[in-house]
Design a protein around this ligand. Structure first.
Ligand SMILES: [Zn+2]
Ligand SMILES: [Zn+2]
Length: 276
């Protein structure tokens, strides 16, 4: 009898774990894809907040491809597009801005077009927008190829076919397909509309939440716009930036080398937090 109830308990634990697999997969894909975006594409490629050897650069290219999968972006094209965002934030030359786009879909569609123009070299950019950006042409060609994107999409579907227990779990699939643009909307739309500001910057950048549990530090967007060279996006005591913690560890392990930040006047003294 005791053996029977033990076996029943074991079966229940196993069943509950299987029920959780889809959520574990979604969370893992969310954070790993986001890490590649914020660590490699944003802080390394676009802003050069730290350097790394050629070996580690290739390593993180491959890591980004595996974790971003169907929404892989070229660090070169992303980096140039993002530098345009900082230079022209909330003006008509900004690749994405809620001030100039009617809704998040229109904004992301325009961003995609700017990204493709840069990727296909259809636009001439000043040197400051492309200087020192990483380049790995054949690898980017494969990552941006529709065959690669569709194969990743099919592999996400296959995972759900094996592990999803209920039909409604399939509703999460589109998030996997467009994970990168999904994160893009949160920062480029929401963080340019809602939240609080530590610094009076010239554009609409806000910090989304006092503790950025979902966006790995990217959510402290007002702090980042105030000083684009600062590797730690958190400024106030509660603004813990998990990606910066990882960068510090990689720096201690000599995998990356942090570049000393340039402190701006605005950065020296955050003003009192104001909500808006
Ligand atoms: Zn911004
Ligand atoms: Zn930036």
């Amino acid at each position: 009898m005791q053996q029977l109830s033990k076996n029943y308990l074991k079966l229940q634990v196993k069943k509950n774990f299987i029920g959780m697999i889809i959520f574990i997969f979604l969370a893992t894909h969310w954070y790993l894809s986001l890490f590649s975006q914020t660590f490699f594409l944003h802080r390394y490629a676009a802003h050069k907040m730290f350097t790394m050897s050629n070996f580690w650069e290739k390593y993180f290219y491959i890591f980004a491809y595996i974790t971003q999968g169907s929404s892989y972006m070229s660090p070169y094209a992303y980096g140039a597009m993002h530098r345009l965002h900082h230079a022209y934030a909330d003006t008509e030359n900004d690749p994405h801005s809620p001030a100039y786009d009617a809704n998040p879909f229109a904004m992301m569609w325009r961003s995609k077009n700017v990204y493709m123009d840069i990727y296909q070299k259809r636009v001439d950019l000043e040197d400051r927008f492309v200087k020192d950006l990483p380049k790995w042409h054949w690898f980017d060609s494969w990552g941006n190829n529709w065959i690669s994107r569709v194969l990743w999409g099919l592999s996400y579907i296959a995972f759900y076919v094996v592990f999803a227990e209920y039909w409604w779990m399939y509703l999460f699939l589109p998030i996997h397909f467009i994970m990168g643009p999904f994160h893009g909307v949160i920062i480029n739309w929401i963080a340019h509309k809602h939240g609080y500001r530590n610094f009076e910057v010239q554009d609409t950048a806000h910090n989304i939440m006092p503790l950025d549990v979902f966006m790995m530090g990217e959510g402290y967007h007002n702090n980042h716009h105030a000083n684009g060279s600062r590797a730690n996006f958190g400024v106030k005591w509660h603004e813990i930036d998990p990606t910066f913690v990882v960068i510090k560890v990689l720096n201690a392990l000599h995998i990356v080398r942090l570049v000393p930040e340039k402190v701006t006047k605005a950065q020296e003294k955050p003003k009192e937090t104001v909500a808006s």
